[in-house]
Design a protein around this ligand. Sequence first.
Ligand code: HEC
Length: 396
Amino acid sequence: MNKHQTTQKFSFKNLPVHIILIGMCIIWLVPTIGLLVTSFRPVQDINSSGWWTIFAKPKGAAEYQTYCASCHGDDGTALPEADLSDPNLVAQYKRSFTLLPSLNSEINGQPHMGSISVPDETQTANIIAYMKRMSGIDSSSKITLDNYIDAFTGYRGNNTYRADCASGNQSLDLYCDIRDLMNPRGMGRAFVNSLLVAIPSTIFPIFIAAFAAYAFSWMDFKGRQWLFALLVGLQVVPLQMTLIPISRLYAQLGLNGTFQGIWLFHTGFGLPYAIYLLRNFMGSLPKEVFESAYIDGASHWTAFRKLAMPLSVPALASLTIFQFLWIWNDLLVALVFLGGEHPVLTYQIGNMVTSLGAGWQMLTAAAFISMALPMLVFLLLQKYFVRGMLAGSVKG
Ligand code: HEC
């Protein structure tokens, strides 16, 4: 490969490619940002306006700027005798008909507004709204954590969790403290359950597969090729086909609805691919390294621990990511083998909305809660992610 190719300088020849890539990023990013912004908006706002209005100026700001700012200043404090950011003063002007007379009256023998025309009634109402915001009387924010709190606690009432707790509504069987997070209806509990499912279901198969892959690559035994071929063949068994036999078996063993059962299932289904990928990787490690180790008297156990494992870190890491993400996003297996007993995130998200579509503002927060960990994993292990995809395509 020559130097020119490896450095990949920007040139106009790739311009179409760049434009397409940027376009794809925008198509992906804009709805995601929209969802993120929506998840922080109060439900009344979500129902009445689009998420992009959050970037718009507050109501009345434009009118205030046109009519009042020249004398009272941008923040309302330019005239200390009439400080428009003083809540006591603003409280006197509840409606436009309370403010308009003051604007029409004369101050020190001059018209209040000088040569500027007096705003009409709706404009005045908007200006009052802006004055209330400026003075802090109206603190209702455009941004709230309520959707996240409701999603984490799984709360579905007429009002938000915070409002109903503040009003002391006792019929709701709430603790109104940290204990509500462990409520089986909520995403908080489901998040913990998802972790309890995903972490062991990732570690077990990869751990076992590492041993098997070593054996397939560096140990000579009869029928090795046949066994490996059988394993590769096992990958084509569709998961759905095994649901009935395994759930009947689990019923006899009492494993239905338990974490052990789902760990076992994911381990079984993760193994063939994990062994296949790791074997391909370990098999391609330099032979001489292992041979010289054996000649020096290293046992298989030592070679596995000191050579094969450290050298396979890239493959192990990418496998970990893929297995983890797949289990994190799995609904089918969790639904069949755990169900409502230990609800996981994917299951709980489906429960968030009623069949009538109410409560969908919580879904925006719920979606981000369930996205957070995969995104973190992806960002932290990006380097292995790309290598993992290559390991699958180039060597496999
Ligand atoms: C031409 C300059 C000017 C403009 C424009 C102006 N004001 Fe004033 N405003 C004044 C002056 C001067 C005072 C009197 C300050 C004092 O009490 O000495 C005042 C006083 C006030 C007071 C207190 C009145 C009272 O009776 O206590 C309010 C409220 C007020 N302005 C609101 C507004 C609003 C709202 C606008 C925009 C729609 C506005 N003003 C535009 C100059 C202006």
